[in-house]
Design a protein around this ligand. Structure first.
Ligand SMILES: NC(=O)c1ccc[n+]([C@@H]2O[C@H](COP(=O)([O-])OP(=O)(O)OC[C@H]3O[C@@H](n4cnc5c(N)ncnc54)[C@H](O)[C@@H]3O)[C@@H](O)[C@H]2O)c1
Length: 296
């Protein structure tokens, strides 16, 4: 495989394009918005500059990687000669089903269709195509150029040879692949989201404050970031929607989202992206300040 198409040029799409281009693959980066494509190229350039400053990449490697990326606003145009498509568009089931139908029509017959979804069923997306055996989950972590893991998710119909191909490909990107099966939340979010939800319940019930909860988990469990700060980083709306997927998918009340999380999302306190969640974020400042409502 050498020709890769990436659908969606947001947070994850630009990172996925970055790592493929850096490893010498030819990348077609596709988004419905030209502005997102321009922003993604600028972000990729800045992230390469950061790697250059650290000495892990040379100026020549940056130039060559950027030369490997072409941008498109049309899916049909961007995927027409792709050998692998990695879909990283907005997390919305109807949108993803419609993209998979389009991909099935426009991508060459043997082209593998992968999705970076955090929580939507791979099997359901595969069923929207006429090639379910070529559909697979390729779940990169944020920030993609830094994080080593790729959670590879076998749909119900995924062929074993396709899984092997994607495992090898992930290793070529310098990543560590981990193969799992397609059940709600896969492995990463099935374990992470209940922990975040429990941290929010611990705050909601007054067991401890924001800083205490995050400090216990950071210093006690050697987590690089506390669960409440991590929730802010992921986006509280994203955490809520993944918990709903777990709750619906398993029908088990243990996944029910904490009412405090539901309220914060309704109040548009979404974490880093809205400027406020459990902490308050000021552009240009790295200081971690607990939000006013949670200060003692
Ligand atoms: N952000 C994370 O930390 C993270 C981590 C792992 C997985 N994911 C998953 O990755 C995917 C993308 O998430 P993100 O955070 O990058 O989202 P994002 O909102 O930053 O970017 C999504 C992009 O998709 C584009 N898009 C929407 N409809 C499209 C279409 N029809 N065709 C082409 N592009 C389209 C949007 O314009 C936007 O640029 C989601 O499935 C999400 O669950 C996100």
């Amino acid at each position: 495989m050498n020709k890769i198409a990436v659908i969606g040029a947001g947070t994850m799409g630009n990172g996925i394009a970055h790592v493929f281009a850096q490893s010498g693959f030819s990348v077609a980066l596709i988004d419905v918005q030209q502005a997102q494509l321009d922003k993604a190229l600028a972000t990729i350039g800045k992230n390469f500059d950061r790697q250059i400053a650290k000495g892990s990449v040379s100026e020549e490697q940056k130039t060559s990687a950027l030369g490997n990326i072409r941008t498109f606003t049309s899916i049909a145009e961007g995927v027409k000669d792709a050998e692998l498509v990695v879909e990283a568009a907005t997390e919305n089931i109807d949108l993803k089903l419609s993209i998979f139908r389009q991909l099935d029509e426009a991508a060459p017959r043997g082209c593998v269709l992968a999705t970076n979804t955090s929580s939507i069923s791979i099997t359901r997306m595969a069923a929207a195509t006429n090639r379910p055996e070529l559909v697979i989950g390729m779940h990169f972590m944020n920030p993609v150029p830094v994080m080593k893991l790729v959670e590879i998710i076998n749909g119900y119909a995924t062929k074993p040879e396709i899984t092997e191909t994607i495992v090898d490909l992930s290793r070529k990107l310098g990543k560590v692949p981990c193969v799992v099966n397609d059940y709600p939340g896969f492995v990463a979010n099935r374990i992470l989201m209940p922990m975040i939800n429990e941290a929010i319940y611990t705050l909601y019930e007054g067991v401890a404050g924001v800083e205490e909860i995050d400090t216990v988990m950071k210093l006690g469990m050697a987590h690089p970031m506390g669960p409440l700060q991590l929730a802010d980083f992921i986006g509280l709306d994203v955490c809520l929607s993944i918990l709903r997927v777990l709750q619906d998918g398993f029908g088990n009340p243990k996944y029910a989202p904490c009412p405090l999380l539901v309220n914060m999302v309704m109040a548009k306190k979404l974490g880093v992206k809205s400027g406020e969640g459990f902490y308050t974020y000021t552009p240009g400042s790295k200081e971690l300040v607990v939000s006013a409502g949670f200060r003692k």
